[in-house]
Design a protein around this ligand. Structure first.
Ligand code: FAD
Ligand code: SIN
Length: 550
């Protein structure tokens, strides 16, 4: 027993903070939103950008279809505005959409001036079409690798600022809040707990697709930022709205690989397993109907035909065009013996994007002073109940820049560095500093098992079609895991599970509150919009989920 105590003691000590770091600006997340924010604040002070994994491991890096922007001759910002609002089913915040579409062209032209190489037809930018867009307005790069190109250019630009430091594999556990001001965050890196103090913190941690057993999202997307902000007292909005992408590769031997909506934009059609095209029966825009409608139509066909998938068909398109336009998708599918120019591709929907998140204003501001949010972790209200395709990279660019600008304009005293040596960037821990305690006590938790059960639970009970019964079952199951939320944590895996459980709870509670169907939130027991349809489900720690009008 004594030996065990000694081991525990030494492990505990190794998790205690040895140093405090400081920066003017702390940016949590290195996807499009975090990097764009970093570029904005970099000329104004020292910046730390945190990523919990490799620098480019983010949803941004996997983005395929492109980035929507009203730059083509046939387009106007007003039409982009209208399409966004229409897809969002009346729940978009119009002012936020206006900012998105009006500032979009300038941020994209600036990105091009930094070296972004979007595909061209001759010397002119090439625009493709995606669902619910009434114009061809999606810029893309290397055919279907738009996200990689964005990451490449943004990382290159960030590197030009000596004021920016990057900490990779640095898992943020919690925000540090003093008197409703966010003054930093606590980071777990190499088993060391490091508090990082800053004048302003920008949360850009991305989405939560990993909560679902079928998802397009990378492993990092566990809803950390949403859960962290909730624990800190931030207000969250619209958590019930999860967007399911209609077409991901369905094959037992293949990963859940995304098959871009741009394929349908270029003429691909959906067929059921009997080879019958079905989308024209569901919507006048057929394969290019809003994403939630296509997703539910696919589910309906899968049920009718008792199949686990439908097909995406490009075989009628010119083979060379398909290979040239979708080189990444073509070569990935070939790895699984599917030649997309000749074979029907088995596809099925998967969780893709969370419309809800940390409630933030036009400058990324939240209800906590000094805390800003941008990108998928934020809820600016631009997406409403259903995000218009390819609007999220644009949102990351526009609102990342805005959050950065607002953070850089904050006039506050430097972060409280009690006991700090002046001018030092790395300081001994002042005795008065309060650091969350990490305890060695979780060996009994089977993290992988619970994570997997949670993901299946969310897919089966809180998925594309929900109802009171399924949501209540999920709620009860989540309650069984409640004790995990109260336990101490020692590893990234445990912390991620805790965040996933918190985020799942918020989705379930918000989905229960919304007794109606709108956009991506579909309740089989309330198929109409419901009387509260124009309101937003608001979550804040210590309060039951409730309606808000703003
Ligand atoms: P991300 O790019 O996901 O970055 C999150 C960052 O936060 C990462 O650096 C991560 O390490 C860090 N992080 C997370 N948690 C922590 C933590 N606890 N501590 C420290 N760091 C943390 N949108 C479009 O507009 N067009 C598209 O074509 C498109 N295609 C897509 C294809 C796929 C396969 C996927 C998954 C998404 C696609 N999307 C697309 C959606 C879009 O890519 C994302 O919504 C967007 O990139 C999110 O950017 P972000 O900066 O908010 O987050
Ligand atoms: C896709 O390429 O289909 C994804 C686009 C998006 O999520 O906006």
């Amino acid at each position: 027993m004594q030996t065990v105590d000694l081991i525990l003691k030494s492990l505990y000590i190794s998790l205690m903070p040895r140093s405090v770091k400081t920066a003017d600006f702390l940016i949590i997340g290195g996807g499009v939103a975090g990097l764009r924010a970093a570029i904005e604040v970099a000329p104004k002070g020292s910046v730390v950008v945190l990523t919990k994994d490799k620098p480019a491991e983010s949803s941004t890096g996997y983005a395929q279809g492109g980035i929507a922007v009203a730059l083509s001759d046939e387009d106007e910002v007003g039409i982009h505005h209208r399409d966004t609002i229409k897809a969002g089913n009346g729940l978009c915040k119009e002012e936020a959409v206006k900012v998105l579409v009006e500032e979009g062209p300038a941020v994209i032209l600036e990105l091009i001036s930094w070296g972004a190489e979007f595909d061209r037809e001759g010397s002119r930018l090439a625009f493709t079409r995606e669902a619910a867009h009434s114009r061809r307005r999606i810029l893309h790069a290397h055919g279907d690798s738009t996200g990689k190109e964005l990451e490449r250019v943004l990382i290159k630009k960030v590197r030009t600022f000596p004021s920016v430091s990057r900490y990779d594999f640095a898992f943020t556990t919690d925000l540090i809040i003093e008197d409703n001001r966010c003054v930093g965050a606590v980071v777990l890196k190499d088993k060391e707990v490091i508090p990082i103090y800053a004048k302003a913190v920008i949360l850009a941690t991305g989405g939560a697709g990993q909560l679902y057993s079928r998802t397009t999202n990378p492993l990092i997307a566990t809803g950390d930022g949403i859960a962290i902000a909730y624990r800190a007292g931030a207000v969250l909005d619209d958590m019930e709205f999860i967007q399911f992408h209609p077409t991901t590769l369905y094959s037992p031997s293949a990963p859940q690989f995304l098959l871009s909506e741009a394929m349908r934009g270029e003429g691909a059609i959906l067929k059921n397993i009997h080879g019958k095209r079905f989308m024209p029966q569901y919507h006048e825009m057929a394969e290019l109907a809003p994403r939630d409608i296509v997703t539910r139509a696919i589910i309906s066909e899968m049920v009718k035909t008792k199949a686990k998938h439908v097909y995406l068909d490009l075989t009628h398109l010119d083979k060379d065009f398909v290979k040239r336009r979708f080189p990444g998708i073509y070569s990935t599918c070939l790895l699984f013996d599917i030649d997309i120019t000749e074979d029907l591709i088995p596809v099925c929907p998967a969780a893709h994007y969370i419309m809800g998140g940390v409630k933030s204003g036009l400058n990324g501001e939240t209800n906590i002073n000094g805390l800003f949010a941008a990108g998928e972790a934020a809820c600016t209200g631009v997406h409403g109940a259903n995000r218009l395709a390819s609007n999220s990279l644009l949102e990351g660019m526009v609102y990342g820049a805005r959050a950065g600008k607002a953070a850089s304009e904050l006039r506050v005293e430097p972060a409280p560095l009690r006991g700090a040596r002046a001018g030092s960037s790395e300081l001994r821990v002042p005795k008065s500093l309060k650091i969350p305690k990490f305890k060695i006590q979780n060996s009994k938790i089977d993290i992988e098992k619970i994570r997997s059960s949670l993901r299946r639970l969310m897919w089966n009970k809180v998925g594309i079609i929900r109802c009171k019964e399924s949501l209540t079952t999920a709620k009860e199951k989540l309650r069984e895991w409640d004790s995990i939320l109260k336990a101490g944590f020692t590893s990234r895996a445990e912390l991620e599970l805790k965040n996933m459980l918190t985020t799942a709870n918020l989705i379930v509670e918000s989905a229960l509150l919304r007794e109606g169907s709108i956009g991506a939130h579909y309740r089989s027991d309330f198929k109409e919009k419901g009387e509260n349809w124009q309101r937003h489900a608001l979550c804040q720690k210590g309060r039951a989920v409730e309606w808000s009008n703003a």
